[in-house]
Design a protein around this ligand. Structure first.
Ligand code: NAD
Length: 414
């Protein structure tokens, strides 16, 4: 089998995680990196870990001429501009097979649809990176429960949460650049995984039809004076003027089009989870059976007392978004695999090498954006949004949440 040469645009947190995942994936190499913050360090890491001999390129066009597929791993506010440059490079002769894009595909439905359109214009295969649908723990549990589902009927309720104590870079906190707060950042994962858990085996990822959306967005921790000051001092983001939500919860209702049955995906996301670090928690209830996943439950625990805490290593090597370096700590032996990054990048590589879109393509990513934006609309309007109403669907095409317009004070402080 051939090797797929990947070019990374973005060399920050997620690029590093994907490089870690690539160590566990065959038939791919990192050949090119867009020359921005962190690129030289990432190239060094790739060389030391046998991922390739990536070169740094100052333009997207040059990058596209030195890889088979581009992975867009840069901040949300750079998506469209980078994608336009990729399409331009293809039109000028770059022989790209496909493009990968990290979540979210767009900050609005219009942006996500533009991404779909641009990929089609350049005839590129697509892969939308939503790692949670690739989590082996989830998919193994679903597999084990298929016989029960056949006998008893499918899951009717899925609950999913993603929480940590807050993002690592200023642009995530700025709703006008990121596209909102925690709902835009992590609600996309939780809504998508809830729908996946509810989807009957063998059916497509968009088989269940969205019926309605309820949601509440709140600013519970980072709007308090002490924490607002921390954000201003550390990241230069002023939550007195342009706040974003640090807590979001809601219910997406779907319909099985074959049986007419209504199914609920409840989601909760927060940037105020002041425990060990990142926690993904999902459970699902069916008639007579259930499943539950908690990524913080590890077979490995370590304890570091006060006296020994001076010599501690970087706690984030043990657990993403770790908040503590002493006490009883979780160590997750293979986070890239646990969160689904390994399976996700393997799927993109194998799909592109076989001339196919990945399991989750840009159309799927655009549908996730649609659901997330419906959740913002529901929270703003303080009512259940009817996702079968063509007027609502049309309104969502041009909708931009107040929070992402920098007007979050209007709803988060009232
Ligand atoms: N799937 C997940 O769980 C997950 C986790 C984290 C981030 N993400 C997504 O990955 C993307 C990147 O997030 P991150 O945490 O790596 O961010 P980051 O801030 O850590 O790194 C972003 C990198 O992008 C590059 N960059 C910055 N500005 C740029 C510009 N103007 N043009 C081109 N490149 C630029 C730089 O190399 C920078 O290091 C985001 O879209 C985010 O939503 C996904």
């Amino acid at each position: 089998m051939n090797t797929l040469k990947l070019g990374f645009i973005g060399a920050g947190f997620i690029a590093r995680f994907q490089a870690l995942a690539m160590k566990q994936v065959r038939n791919c190499e990192l050949s090119a990196i867009y020359d921005h913050t962190g690129a030289a360090d990432l190239a060094d890491y790739a060389k030391k870990n046998g991922l390739g001999e990536p070169k740094l390129y100052k333009t997207v066009a040059e990058l596209c001429n030195h890889c088979d597929a581009v992975a867009l791993l840069s901040p949300n506010y750079t998506r469209i501009e980078m994608m336009e440059q990729i399409v331009d490079a293809v039109k000028k002769g770059a022989e790209l097979k496909g493009v990968i894009c990290e979540k979210p595909l767009g900050r609005t439905v219009a942006e996500a649809e533009r991404m779909v359109h641009l990929a089609k214009e350049a005839n590129l295969l697509t892969s939308y990176f939503e790692n949670q649908l690739h989590m082996n723990s989830i998919n193994n549990a679903l597999h084990q429960l298929r016989p029960q589902q056949e006998v008893m009927g499918g899951f009717t309720l899925a609950r999913s949460t993603e929480e940590h104590a807050g993002p690592h870079n200023a642009w995530f906190w700025d709703p006008t650049r990121q596209g909102g707060g925690v709902l835009s950042d992590m609600g996309c994962h939780s809504i998508a995984i809830g729908r996946h858990i509810l989807t009957p085996e063998g059916k497509s990822t968009t088989f269940l039809k969205p019926v309605s959306m309820q949601c509440d967005t709140s600013l519970l921790k980072w709007g308090q004076p002490k924490y607002k000051k921390q954000l201003l001092d550390k990241y230069g983001v002023d939550y007195s003027k342009t706040p974003a939500e640090d807590f979001a919860t809601g219910i997406a209702t779907f319909k099985n089009p074959e049986t007419g049955q209504l199914l609920k995906a409840q989601f909760t996301d927060s940037w105020m989870y002041d425990k060990q670090g990142l926690r993904l928690w999902m459970d699902a209830l069916g008639p007579g059976y259930a499943m539950e996943v908690n990524t913080l439950i590890s077979p490995v625990e370590i304890f570091i007392g006060d006296e020994a805490a001076e010599g501690v290593a970087d706690a984030e090597t043990a657990l993403e978004k770790s908040t503590s370096s002493r006490g009883l700590l979780s160590v997750l032996p293979n986070e890239a695999d646990l969160y689904g990054y390994t399976t996700e990048i393997r799927d993109a590589v194998n799909s592109f090498l076989n001339g196919k879109n990945a399991l989750l393509d840009f159309e799927f990513g655009a549908e996730v954006t649609f659901l997330v934006q419906a959740a913002y609309m529901a929270a703003e309007q303080k009512k259940t949004i009817d996702l079968t109403d063509t007027k609502v669907i049309n309104d969502l095409k041009t909708y931009q949440s107040l929070i992402s317009q920098g007007k979050g004070a209007d709803i988060l402080f009232s």
